[in-house]
Write a protein that binds this ligand. Structure first.
Ligand code: VGL
Ligand code: ZN
Length: 220
């Protein structure tokens, strides 16, 4: 694990910025409480990372994760699908809509890759590495490995879903993982935020304040 002290990101580090989209911010279809507050911290962090990857939740209409696709079901209920339990969400991040667009305040012009996920109608994808069937890869692990990345740092939305699943997969794949939890916000359904911290501890996923990076740079 990486110690929570000041450090300067290098060429084998990537910042993975998760789902800074209208629909996950206040006023959006699946608003994460105070989700918009992370944007300035993410912008500040990104300036210190030579490599940045953005993820974008990107569902076709009628997606399996939408409660509206399951007659009689309501958002935030869990249903059984082919690959196991799936929480149902309000329709969100529909391909090409404003809700799926990045918030305009997100300012990371040097981001190298925009990784879209959740585009298979019948499989949700919280993780940026594997879809919710836990078998279908997105290609991101190979992309990062092939480019010499060893440490994955994360910030964004939502802490207890897409950040959590991405962090856990990255760790299992063999990357060192740090989550800047002050630059994340949680949906928090059924204790999911607390469960995320427990899992991170069990798996050796560190949570550091983003000041570890932004202050280190200020000190130089
Ligand atoms: C997310 C629920 C559904 C997320 C995406 O970005 O955390 N959560 N789709
Ligand atoms: Zn989604």
């Amino acid at each position: 694990m990486i110690a929570p002290e000041a450090y300067v990101p290098g060429s084998s580090d990537v910042l993975l910025v998760v789902d800074i989209q209208h629909d996950f911010c206040p006023g959006g279809a699946l608003a994460v409480p105070r989700g918009d507050e992370v944007i300035s911290a993410v912008n500040a962090l990104a300036r210190h990372f030579p490599h940045v990857v953005l993820t974008q939740d990107w569902h076709p209409s009628g997606h399996l994760s939408f409660a509206s696709s399951h007659p009689g079901a309501r958002p935030y209920e869990t249903v059984d699908v082919d690959y196991g339990a799936q929480i149902l969400w309000p329709d969100h991040c529909v391909q090409g809509t404003r809700g799926a667009a990045f918030r305009p305040e997100l300012d990371v012009p040097h981001a190298e890759l925009v990784l879209r996920k959740g585009y298979h109608r019948g499989i949700d994808s919280y993780s940026a590495f594997y879809e919710n069937d836990r078998r279908t890869p997105t290609g991101l692990a190979s992309y990062l490995r092939e480019r010499g990345i060893r440490r994955v740092f994360m910030a964004g939305l939502a802490f207890d879903f897409c950040v959590r699943f991405s962090a856990e997969d990255a760790r299992r794949i063999g990357f060192d993982v740090v989550v800047f939890d002050d630059a994340c916000r949680a949906i928090d359904v059924g204790g999911s935020a607390a469960a995320t911290y427990e899992q991170f501890q069990a798996l050796g996923i560190a949570c550091h304040p983003s000041a570890c990076v932004t202050d280190a740079a200020a000190q130089r």
